[in-house]
Design a protein around this ligand. Structure first.
Ligand SMILES: Cc1cc2nc3c(=O)[nH]c(=O)nc-3n(C[C@H](O)[C@H](O)[C@H](O)COP(=O)(O)OP(=O)(O)OC[C@H]3O[C@@H](n4cnc5c(N)ncnc54)[C@H](O)[C@@H]3O)c2cc1C
Length: 499
């Protein structure tokens, strides 16, 4: 991909749209706008195939958006693995497998098709998206790093960007000031899609992300997961572990680490993984895990939270991780990004906005995007926050531990109870009422466990008399748990909907 283009000889060129960053969002949006006839310039600082531990499980709601955008071939010929649902292992190593819902309307055939996601090497998927974008008419893709937004000196409206490309011969070295060639490009609309470490989000009025924890990720080779073709979430006393197959021979493991990160360099990370993670792994994974500790490179990424906001500045729009982030335990980032592209396809179409210099029309478009995306983005963001808080519950936190037990056993109740939550998780259903309903059903299930004397273990069988004697105390515990559950969900929901 690095041969696509390396800078331009002209200093200034006119486009309809400039996109900063060709990651999942930028590349998909570039292809979409180009197909609509918009002259689109996509600037990416590194066009080599990305090698990252992010964005490897695409939920069915994201896959559906990709299909609707006509980009589904980007998951083909990359050794992608179909994903049919989740396998969850409790802290006591009990397991439950849950499937994504049946596609509606259900066919008359006996075997009803279910929604599916895809897991893959992030770099291969993004490279395919970039190729699709590059081969779209009206799109120009340039390898360059954007370092400045250009503004009208009178109105301060954003009117373009300044970027530089490397003219040094050494491919790996950071270019010094003399090795850089600067270019300025102008367009009525600049879209910022420069990812989680965005350089420009602050300048465009967004707040800064809040760090929640880190993921340490590496590859397990040739291991068989207990439920193949399912994302695996393992609950441990320290924090959750995520595993999914990303290729025929490779499985990604992501270990959540709250608080201070053990150092990789001095071997503390390896000791941490051996002590806190190895004992909780299913037996089919342990050999690959121990081998990986010796041979694989550990990679670390921050897990951050950032509610979306309305870009008020004229001439610019912030999208993707630069705009909005949630804990990646639920793998929702690409689903939100691709649904944003789908929504923008109609809001930004030449029929809706013939002239992108029309700031009044653009303000209405931004407002429509901001309110329209709430239906899916808020549900996925709140769900990620809720599930992570419950699954990463401190063993000393009795309320969240009850919620964790309630949640795990709720998943074991069967399809009619699980369809809703897993449909929300998969980005298929977008109803906040469904989210509220299932969240409080889980909470009620937790309260029932308290009242029936099974809050410590679902398998406990206390006598009726023992339950009766403990009733006053347990009613107080129920009230505190309900309060803690509401305190977990409602402020997060309000923050998302009021943002
Ligand atoms: C550990 C982790 C695991 C995750 N796992 C999943 C998952 O399984 N499923 C899922 O759906 N989501 C997951 N996510 C979230 C997902 O990766 C992101 O939501 C998604 O990649 C966002 O796409 P984006 O285009 O906004 O940003 P990116 O994909 O990060 O793209 C940004 C692009 O901008 C470029 N860029 C940056 N600065 C500049 C500049 N100044 N000039 C030019 N180019 C620039 C970068 O090189 C990059 O190519 C995960 C996140 C983390 C942290």
């Amino acid at each position: 991909m690095s041969s696509l283009s390396h800078g331009h000889s002209t200093v200034s060129r006119d486009y309809d749209v400039i996109i900063v960053g060709a990651g999942v969002l930028g590349a998909a949006l570039g292809a979409t706008l180009g197909r609509q006839g918009r002259r689109t310039l996509v600037l990416e600082r590194d066009l080599r195939v990305p090698d990252r531990i992010v964005g490897e499980l695409l939920q069915p709601g994201g896959y559906r958006a990709l299909q609707a955008l006509g980009l589904q071939e980007c998951t083909e010929d990359i050794d992608a693995i179909p994903c049919y649902g989740y396998h969850i292992q409790s802290a006591t190593k009990q397991t439950v497998a849950i499937q994504y819902p049946v596609v509606e309307p259900a066919s008359m055939a006996e075997k009803k098709p279910r929604y599916q996601g895809r897991s893959f090497h992030h770099g291969r998927f993004v490279d395919k998206l970039r190729q699709a974008c590059h081969h779209t008419p009206n799109v120009t893709m340039v390898e360059a790093t954007v370092n400045k937004l250009l503004r009208c000196p009178v109105t301060q409206r954003v009117i373009g960007i300044q970027c530089y490309s490397k003219i040094a011969t050494d491919e790996t070295a950071q270019p010094s000031e003399q090795d850089r060639q600067y270019y300025q490009y102008y367009a009525p609309l600049t879209i910022i899609a420069d990812g989680c470490f965005s350089k420009f989000r602050r300048e465009c009025g967004a707040s800064m992300p809040q760090n929640v924890s880190h993921f340490c990720g590496f590859i397990l080779r040739d291991c068989t997961l207990p439920t193949p073709h399912h994302g695996h979430v393992l609950l441990t006393p320290s924090a959750p572990i995520l595993m999914y197959q990303i290729g025929t021979h490779e499985t990604r493991i992501l270990v959540d680490i709250p608080g201070k990160l053990p150092s990789i360099g001095n071997g503390d990370m390896k000791k941490y993984l051996l002590k806190h993670i190895a004992p909780h792994l299913p037996s089919s994974v342990t050999t690959s895990f121990h081998k990986a500790l010796e041979t694989e490179r550990f990679r670390v990424m921050p897990n951050s939270r950032l509610p979306g906001h309305l870009t008020q500045e004229d001439g610019v729009l912030v999208l993707g991780d630069a705009l909005n982030m949630r804990h990646p335990l639920t793998g929702a980032g690409m689903t939100v990004a691709l649904n944003d592209v789908l929504l923008l396809r109609s809001l930004l179409s030449p029929a809706a906005i013939p002239d992108l210099w029309d700031d009044m029309a653009m303000r209405q478009c931004k407002l429509a995007l901001h309110t329209g995306r709430k239906s899916y983005a808020c549900v996925l963001n709140v769900l990620a926050h809720g599930i992570y808080t419950i699954f990463a519950a401190d063993p000393q936190d009795p309320q969240m531990k009850v919620m964790q037990l309630g949640c795990f056993n709720y998943f074991r109740l069967g399809e009619q109870w699980v369809d809703g939550p897993v449909g929300l998780l998969g980005g298929i259903y977008h109803s906040q009422w469904l989210l509220l309903g299932h969240f409080y059903s889980v909470a009620m299930y937790g309260l029932w466990l308290i009242l029936s004397g099974r809050a410590a273990s679902i398998d406990a069988r206390p006598s009726f008399v023992a339950c009766l004697l403990a009733l006053p105390m347990n009613l107080v515990r129920c009230a505190i748990t309900l309060w803690a559950a509401s305190w977990l969900l409602l402020p997060a929901m309000l923050a998302e909907f009021l943002a």
